[in-house]
Design a protein around this ligand. Structure first.
Ligand code: GLN
Ligand code: ZN
Length: 764
C-alpha cells in the first residue's frame, strides 16, 4: 500500500478543550496536572483519528500548549534573560507561558516575546529572540516525550521539529540590528543532534523537519547553511529516516539544495506549488528519495479533486518511483477546522463541497488506498465527483447583479474627492479634536455576561429584544467609561461582535459559517473564519443600528467600526473557483455601502480595519506588486464613497509593515492606528526614510499582555515616535482592540494612556 502522511494536525480539540484548559490554568482554576492531562487526551485523540484513517506516517509533537515555535525555543533553551530561566533546569511551564504572554507576578514583571504571523497564515508564532550572545542547550524533551507517549498508546508516530534553518530565520535580533542569525547554526545544531539522537535511540523510524522558509526567497549562503545543517543531522540519524518538509508554496531556487540533501525524503506543496511540479518533471528526485506529495490542500476547506490527485500521483510515481511517493497534505491541517461531521446547520449542498482536517486526513487515506486498488474506494470516488459537479454548476455560486456591479466600477470609485490636506482641514473643522487625540481600536473587554447573553440568544433563552437590551446596556457602559476616562474619539466597544470577520460574514450573502470551525490564531485565541462560497452582497445595513445608538449617547465623535475587504478576504476561507481579487472587489462594494450608510446616519469618523493586509502578500517578493495592485484599490473602493469631512481610519497590527509602508500610505486613510509596542517600536524604522503624510497613532501599549504599563512608559513611546513622525499628525491609542483583556487591566491602562496624552499636550 502506498504510504500516507499528514504534515500536522490541529491541537485545540473539537470542543476547544485546549483553550478552556490553558485559560483555567492561567486563572489558577485548574492544576498543572489537570492541564497536562487535557493535553494528553487531545494528543491521543488526534493520533487515534489519523491511525483510524489508515495514515501510515502520523505526526507527533505538532501538539502545543501555546505555539510550536515557542516549543522549539524551549527545546533549544533560547530563553531571553528577562525570564530568569535557571541555567541548568528544563524550561518550566510558567516560564514557557511567560514568554508567550508576559507575566506580572510577585517575583516577575516581564513583557511577552514578540508575536508575528506565521508565513501567510493567520496563525501567530512567538518570535525567537536571537543575538550574538545566544547560547543553546537541550532544555525540553517534549518531542521525545510525545513520541514515547504515542508509542505507549500503541501508535507509531513521526516526531515533527521546526527545522533549524526555519527556526533561525524566523527569529529576530531586537538588540543586534543586522545580526546574521545563521552564524548561530554551529551552536544550535548540537541541540538538534542531541534531540535527534534521543528519538533515534527511542526507535523513531522517521523524523520530520519543517522548513517552510524554503518557499520564500533564499540566498546561496542560506542554502549552503541548509546543506550543512542536514549533512550534520543525517550523520546523527542512524537508521532513522529524515523528512525535510516544505509547505505554503514553491521552493523555486531552493529546489536543488533541498533535493540533494542527504536525507531520506522531502515534502513539497503540490497544491499551491505549481512550479514544484514543473521542477519534478524536469529534474525528478536524485538518490531514490521519498517524496511527500502535498496534494491535499491542508489550509482551505474545499474537498480535494480526488481523480485529479490520483492522476497527479500517478505521474509523480513515474517521476520519482511509485514506491517513493507518499500521499500527503500540502501543509499542516492545523490551519483548517477539525471536524465537518458536527456541522449540522450547514446547508447540505455547501457542506458537500467542504473538507475539514479530519476529512482531509480521510482524503489522504482514500488516495493512498486508491493507488493500490481503486475498486476498494469506488464509492468515495463517485461521491467526490458528484460533489465537485454540484459545486461547479450550482446557481448559488453566481449572482448576476453583483457581477455586473463590479464590472461597472470606474476609476473615480477608487478615489476620495479631496486630497489628504483638503480632507484634514475639513475634518479638523468638523471634529474639533485636541492635539494628540486619544482613541481606542474598537473592542472593549468581552465580559462573561456578554458571552453568556450570546449563548442564551443562540439557545433561544433570550429573545432578540432582550439580547439587544444587553448590548445597549453594554454600549452605554462603555461610552460612559470612555467619557469618564476623557477619551476624545469614542467607540461603541463592539459587544455585539463575536469576531471582527465572522460578524460581517454572518450578514453578507455568499458567506456561510460553521458552529465549531475554530482555528488557532495565537495561544488560546481561536477564530472561526467564515466560508465564502458564492458571490458577495450586503442585503441590509450591518452596523448602523449600534453605531447610531452609541452616538446618540454622547456629544463626542463616535467611531463607526468596520472590517475591511482585504481582511475579510484574508481571514475567511475563500472560494478557489475564481480569482481572489474578484471576490475581494465584491466584498469591498458591500463594505462601501455600509460606510455610506454610516455617514448618512451622522457618523463622522469611520474605521475600516485592515490588520490582515500584509498577510495576503505572496511569500515571494516578486509576486507582491501583483497582490498590492488589487488589494490596496479594494480598500479604497470601500472607503471612497464619503465626503471629505468624514474621517476614515484604518488599523493594522502584528506584522512587519515596514516593507509595505508605501502601499499602506496608498490606502489613503486619513488616520491609521498601528501596533507598535508589542514589536518594540520596530515600526518606526519605516518612517525614517518614508515621509508619512497622513495622521497616525503608533500603539502605546501591548494589549496581549495583562501587564499595565506606567504612563511614563507610554509617553516614552510617543516621544520616540515623534522623532520620525510629525507631532501634528500623532494620535494616541493602544496597539489593538481590548476584547481579550479584562476591565481590571483596561481601565488603569487607558487612564495611563490619557495621562500620557495630556502630558504631551502640556509640553507642547
Ligand atoms: N476593531 C477591532 C478590535 O478592536 C480590531 C481588531 C484587530 O485588529 N485584530 O477588536
Ligand atoms: Zn489590531
Amino acid at each position: 500500500m502506498a504510504l500516507s502522511h499528514v504534515v500536522g494536525y490541529p491541537r485545540i480539540g473539537t470542543r476547544r478543550e485546549l483553550k478552556r484548559a490553558t485559560e483555567a490554568y492561567w486563572d489558577g482554576k485548574v492544576s498543572r496536572e489537570e492541564l497536562l492531562e487535557t493535553a494528553r487526551t487531545l494528543r491521543l485523540e488526534a493520533w487515534t483519528r489519523m491511525r483510524d484513517a489508515g495514515i501510515a506516517l502520523i505526526p507527533s509533537n505538532t501538539f502545543s500548549l501555546y505555539d510550536q515555535v515557542l516549543d522549539t525555543t524551549a527545546m533549544v533553551g533560547a530563553v531571553p534573560a528577562r525570564y530568569r530561566q535557571p541555567l541548568e533546569a528544563d524550561v518550566d511551564l510558567d516560564t514557557y507561558f511567560a514568554m508567550g504572554r508576559g507575566a506580572q507576578t510577585d517575583g516577575l514583571d516581564v513583557t511577552a516575546m514578540e508575536m508575528t504571523k506565521w508565513f501567510d497564515t493567520n496563525y501567530h508564532y512567538i518570535v525567537p529572540e536571537l543575538g550574538p550572545e545566544s547560547t543553546f542547550r537541550l532544555a525540553s524533551r517534549k518531542p521525545l516525550d510525545e513520541y514515547l507517549e504515542a508509542r505507549a498508546a500503541g501508535i507509531e508516530t513521526v516526531p515533527v521539529l521546526v527545522g533549524p534553518l526555519t527556526y533561525l530565520l524566523q527569529g529576530k535580533s531586537p538588540d543586534a540590528e543586522g545580526f546574521d542569525r545563521l552564524s548561530l547554526l554551529p551552536s544550535l545544531l548540537p541541540v538538534y543532534v542531541e534531540m535527534l539522537g534521543l528519538l533515534r535511540d527511542a526507535g523513531a523510524a522517521w523524523v520530520q523537519f519543517d522548513e517552510p522558509v524554503l518557499v520564500e526567497d533564499r540566498t546561496p549562503a542560506e542554502l549552503e547553511a541548509l546543506t550543512r545543517a542536514y549533512t550534520t543531522l543525517a550523520g546523527a540519524a542512524g537508521s532513522t529516516k529524515l523528512l525535510v518538509e516544505t509547505y505554503f508554496g514553491d521552493v523555486d531556487e531552493s529546489f536543488f539544495a533541498l533535493a540533494n540533501l542527504p536525507v531520506a525524503g522531502i515534502g513539497l506543496d503540490l497544491h499551491r506549488g505549481q512550479r514544484n511540479l514543473e521542477q519534478l518533471r524536469k529534474h525528478g528526485l536524485p538518490g531514490g528519495k521519498f517524496l511527500a506529495a502535498g496534494v491535499v490542500d491542508g489550509r482551505n476547506v474545499w474537498i480535494n479533486n480526488l481523480e485529479a490527485s490520483l492522476k497527479l500521483l500517478g505521474e509523480l510515481g513515474e517521476l520519482v518511483g511509485p514506491d517513493r511517493v507518499i500521499v500527503s497534505t500540502s501543509c499542516s491541517t492545523m490551519h483548517a477546522p477539525i471536524e465537518l461531521e458536527r456541522e449540522n446547520r450547514l446547508d447540505a449542498e455547501v457542506r458537500s463541497w467542504l473538507a475539514f482536517a479530519n476529512q482531509k486526513v480521510d482524503e489522504v487515506g482514500t488516495l493512498a488506498q486508491a493507488l493500490e486498488d481503486r475498486n476498494a474506494v469506488a464509492d468515495a470516488l463517485a461521491a467526490n465527483a458528484a460533489a465537485l459537479e454540484s459545486r461547479r454548476t450550482s446557481p448559488r455560486t453566481n449572482n448576476a447583479e453583483v457581477r455586473a456591479r463590479v464590472a461597472a466600477t470606474t476609476e473615480a470609485d477608487y478615489r476620495r474627492h479631496g486630497n489628504v490636506i483638503e480632507r484634514r482641514s475639513a475634518q479638523r473643522a468638523r471634529l474639533g479634536l485636541p492635539a494628540f487625540p486619544t482613541t481606542t481600536i474598537g473592542s472593549f473587554p468581552q465580559t462573561s455576561e456578554l458571552r453568556e447573553a450570546r449563548a442564551a440568544l443562540a439557545d433561544k433563552e433570550l429573545t432578540e429584544e432582550q439580547y439587544e437590551r444587553v448590548i445597549e446596556e453594554e454600549i452605554e457602559r462603555v461610552v460612559r467609561l470612555q467619557e469618564q476616562l476623557d477619551i476624545d474619539v469614542l467607540v461603541h466597544g463592539e459587544p455585539e461582535r463575536n469576531d471582527m470577520v465572522e460578524y460581517f460574514g454572518e450578514r453578507l450573502a455568499g458567506f456561510t459559517f460553521t458552529r465549531f470551525g475554530w482555528v488557532q490564531s495565537y495561544g488560546s485565541r481561536y477564530v472561526k473564519p467564515p466560508i465564502v462560497f458564492g458571490d458577495v452582497a450586503r442585503p441590509e445595513a450591518m452596523t448602523v443600528r449600534w453605531s447610531t445608538y452609541a452616538q446618540s449617547l454622547t456629544a463626542r465623535p463616535m467611531k463607526g467600526m468596520l472590517t475591511g475587504p482585504v481582511t475579510i478576504l484574508n481571514w475567511s476561507f475563500v472560494r478557489d473557483d475564481q480569482p481572489r481579487a474578484e471576490t475581494c472587489r465584491q466584498i469591498a462594494l458591500a463594505i462601501r455601502d455600509e460606510v455610506v450608510d454610516l455617514e448618512a446616519a451622522g457618523i463622522k469618523v469611520i474605521q475600516i480595519d485592515e490588520p490582515a493586509l500584509r498577510e495576503g502578500l505572496p511569500l515571494r517578493q516578486s509576486d507582491w506588486t501583483g497582490y498590492l495592485a488589487w488589494a490596496v484599490p479594494c480598500f479604497r473602493l470601500s472607503a471612497s464613497g464619503v465626503r471629505d469631512d468624514t474621517q476614515i481610519h484604518t488599523h493594522m497590527c502584528y506584522a512587519d509593515f515596514n516593507d509595505i509602508i508605501e502601499a499602506i500610505s496608498d490606502l489613503d486613510a486619513d488616520v491609521i492606528s498601528i501596533e507598535n509596542s508589542r514589536s518594540d517600536a520596530e515600526l518606526l524604522e519605516a518612517f525614517r526614510d518614508f515621509k508619512y503624510d497622513k495622521e497616525i497613532g503608533p500603539g502605546v501599549y501591548d494589549i496581549h499582555s495583562p501587564r499595565v504599563p506606567p504612563s511614563e512608559e507610554m509617553g516614552g513611546r510617543l516621544r520616540e515616535a515623534m522623532k520620525v513622525l510629525d507631532p501634528d499628525l500623532v494620535w494616541v491609542n493602544p496597539d489593538c482592540g481590548l476584547k481579550t483583556r479584562r476591565y481590571e487591566e483596561t481601565v488603569p491602562a487607558l487612564e495611563h494612556m490619557v495621562a500620557a496624552a495630556r502630558e504631551l499636550r502640556a509640553a507642547l
